[in-house]
Design a protein around this ligand. Sequence first.
Ligand SMILES: CC(C)(COP(=O)(O)OP(=O)(O)OC[C@H]1O[C@@H](n2cnc3c(N)ncnc32)[C@H](O)[C@@H]1OP(=O)(O)O)[C@@H](O)C(=O)NCCC(=O)NCCS
Length: 339
Amino acid sequence: MAITVTPYDSTDEAALDDAYRVVAAAQAVDLPDLPVGDRDEFELLVAHPPYGSVIHQALARRDGVAAGHLRMRLPQLDNTAMATVELTVDPAQRRRGVGRALLAYARKVAVEQGRKRLFGETPGPLPGGPGRPAPGAAFAADAGAQAALAEVRRRLEPSRLDQASLTALLDAARERAAGYRTVAWQGAVAEEYVADIARLEGRLLIDAPMGDLVIEAEQVDAVRIRESERVQRLRGRRRYHVGAVHEATGRMVAWTVIDRGPSTPWHAWQEITIVDPAHRGHRLGLLVKVENLRHALAHEPELRAIDTWNAAANEHMISINEQLGFCPVDAWTDWQLAI
Ligand SMILES: CC(C)(COP(=O)(O)OP(=O)(O)OC[C@H]1O[C@@H](n2cnc3c(N)ncnc32)[C@H](O)[C@@H]1OP(=O)(O)O)[C@@H](O)C(=O)NCCC(=O)NCCS
C-alpha cells in the first residue's frame, strides 16, 4: 500500500475537493458539534492565507485515494523557529500510517525552512468526563511530542442566556469602569484606534498563560492589523468588536472580538479579549465581552452556539466566561515537538 504526500494550492480544484472531503469527514467524527463550513468557505481559507505567514498544504493519498490532509503555517514576521501543523486523516483510513507519513512530510518542510519546533493541538474529553476517543493525543504522544499547554473549550448557547443577570453584570461593570467608554464596530477598526489595537494584539501571546510553549510576542503594527482585516474580509468573515476607551487619554485599552464564517450563521467564535495591564481591575474585560455579545447577537439572530478556548490556568478569563454563561465542552492539548 503506497502512501504519497503532495502539496497543492488554491488553483487546484480537484485537490481542493479531495482536501475538503477528508477534512469534513474527519470533523464529523472528531468534533461533530463544530461547524465544518461549506466547500466555498474552505476554498476561501486556502486562497487567502493569513498576513505574515506562509501556508503549506498537502494531500496524502493511499493507493491513489485521498486519505489525509496537512495544513502548515510558517510565520515570517516573528516566531520564525516554529511551524504549526494541522493533520487530518479520513476516519475510514486511520491506523494505516497516513498520519505518520504526513508528519514526516511536515518535518521535512519545517527543517528546510529552518524551523526548530512543530506545534499542534488535539481535542479530548474533559478530565473525569464521559469521553470521545482522543486519537490525536495518542498520535502526538507516539510522535514524541510534549504536552505543553492544557486548554478547555467552553460554549455559550444564546437561547439559554439569562438576560436579567447579564444586565446586572453589565451595570456592575459600568459602575467600576467610570472614566472609560465603549466603542462597537464591525469589520475594520477606525483609524484613530488602529495603533492601539496593534499594541493590544501584540501583547496577547505574552499576557495569556502559554504553559511550556516556546513562543514569542508577535510583532504587530497598524499595517499588520489592516492586512489581517483585509484577509478576513476576503474570507467572508463577519467580525464584531467592542473596545473600551480611556477617556482621559483617548486611548483604546481593552478589546474583544466575536467572529463567524460565511457559511455557518448558527455558529461563532469568541476570540481575543485583552485589557492593557495598566487598566486592569476596572471590569473592562467583562464590560467589553457582555457588550460585544449583545452587539453580535443583535446582528446575528440565528446564532445558536459561540465557542471559546482558554488555557486551563487562565482563571480570570474563565471566571468572566462562566459569568456570561459559557460551559466546558472538551479539553484540548497544545503539543510541541522539537525537530
Ligand atoms: C491523529 C490522526 C492524524 C492520526 O492519523 P492516522 O493515520 O490514524 O495515524 P497513524 O496510522 O500514522 O498512527 C501513528 C501512531 O499514532 C498512534 N495512534 C494513532 N491513532 C491512535 C488511536 N486511535 N489510538 C491509539 N494510538 C493511536 C499509534 O501509536 C500509531 O501507531 P500504530 O498504528 O503503529 O500503533 C487522526 O486520528 C486524525 O485525523 N485525528 C483528528 C485530528 C487530530 O487530532 N490531528 C492531530 C493534531 S495536529
